[in-house]
Design a protein. Structure first.
Length: 413
């Protein structure tokens, strides 16, 4: 049996050649859409670096300066994402803090407010009503690896997503204490992470959100995750959670919220950062900055967390398939899977979210009818009727919002 290598998969052998190489039939190979090739596993086309992160076993390191790492789909199988399995997205250097730094931590709320605030973490804990919610955080570049032509940036596949249980206070309550002026239209967030250059005068990233999103009751300032401290790599001791929007809006190591009378223009807010074209464009074209718009709600998406891709099962015997689905500001209304390359679909059991902005769990039992190579495809549909596509939904220069369907390989033997 010949080993299929990465070049075979990326440049494409046809279904027949693939079948011959594996010594197995592809029972539904005739249904494989034009332009799609069989897969072995996400690992077969991975471009991740070798490496490991303390406290984050099993994550795939995409870059080490800044540190970025994604979670393989099977490690997302938890109902609530644990700290060790939460993806890492940095723009600057990872900060370090002493116990004294944490004890003396300050959060400044200033700008278009009647009463600027200077708050400690204890002030947040003691002076505002606490809230605990399961909230999704997803990188705007999740799926970038599968853009054609390729887009520059970290080559995330399916694992730049998490849904942990966050505890904090509503940003709306803090802004109410400060008193928003009528001129307030946007927030600007700042964190304590150093710039890659080490220059203390430079800021690696400072993004924000419209006041309407800041006042949404699920947008919080979090000081705990899953009942304990937030992991350092995920923002300890304080971060914004603006769920359903690109994770870059959820500033880590939070030190300041500047209320603006205009759209925030901090680093990674202007130009083409976290922006997509206002209209469809041909793949590979240049798009002028003035023709780009800021990404807000993330699109509908799902992931298969079990079984692990390339698993072997017995023909004719049922096995469980499960995963999660989410849809930015929306909810997921239907979840379907296919074993015949999308020729037919079957609806699966889908849980309601435990609260708005939590991902939704789904599961079903499947049976592969005969020996051979199969793929399981997963497709979510949101409450506005928007469905995940089989291929990239629309090219953009930075490779954002690629919510193509997740596919895993299966061998029935």
């Amino acid at each position: 049996m010949r080993t299929i290598n990465r070049r075979d998969i990326m440049t494409g052998t046809g279904a027949a050649a693939f079948s011959a190489a594996f010594g197995l039939p592809i029972p539904f190979g005739r249904h494989l859409p034009d332009g799609l090739k069989p897969i072995l596993s996400p690992e077969a086309v991975a471009q991740a670096l070798d490496g490991s992160i303390d406290g984050k076993p099993g994550l795939s390191v995409l870059s080490d300066r800044p540190l970025n790492a994604e979670t393989p789909p099977q490690l997302l199988d938890e109902a609530v994402t644990s700290g060790k399995h939460m993806f890492v997205r940095n723009n600057g250097l990872t900060p370090t803090f002493s116990d004294a730094d944490i004890a003396n931590w300050r959060l400044v709320i200033d700008g278009e407010v009647e009463t600027p605030l200077d708050l400690s973490i204890d002030d947040l804990r003691n002076d505002f009503d606490p809230v605990t919610l399961q909230l999704q955080i997803e990188c705007g570049g999740n799926g970038r690896r599968f853009m054609t032509p390729a887009a520059r940036g970290n080559q995330w596949s399916f694992g730049a997503i998490s849904c942990a249980e966050w505890t904090g206070v509503r940003l709306a309550d803090v802004l109410a204490r400060a008193g928003l002026k009528e001129t307030a239209v946007y927030t600007g967030h700042y964190g304590a992470d150093p710039h890659l250059s080490g220059d203390p005068e430079k800021t690696p990233i400072s993004r924000g959100i419209p006041i309407e999103k800041a006042l949404e009751p699920h947008t919080i300032i979090a000081f705990a995750m899953n009942g304990g401290d937030i992991p350092l790599l995920n923002g300890h001791p304080l971060r914004v959670i603006a769920p359903g929007w690109p994770g870059s809006c959820s500033q880590k190591w939070l030190t300041r919220i500047w209320v603006r009378d205009q759209v925030h223009d901090g680093p990674k807010m202007t130009g083409q950062s976290y922006r997509v074209p206002r209209f469809p464009v041909a793949p590979g074209v240049e798009v002028a900055d003035e023709d780009m718009k800021i990404i807000e709600s993330m699109p509908v998406r799902s992931v298969i967390t079990a079984p692990v891709t390339a698993s072997r099962v017995a023909p004719g015997e049922p096995f469980e398939v499960r995963g999660h689905a989410w849809a930015g500001d929306r909810s997921v209304k239907a979840m379907d899977v296919s074993i015949d390359f999308g020729a037919t679909w079957q609806q699966v059991s889908l849980d309601a979210p435990v609260n708005r902005y939590a991902w939704q769990h789904w599961r079903t039992d499947l049976t592969l009818p005969e020996a051979g190579y199969f793929e399981i495809w997963a497709r979510a549909t949101d409450d506005a009727g928007v469905m995940q596509p089989a291929t990239q939904p629309g090219w953009n220069p930075r490779g954002y919002l690629n919510n193509l369907q997740h596919r895993i390989a299966m061998f029935a033997v």
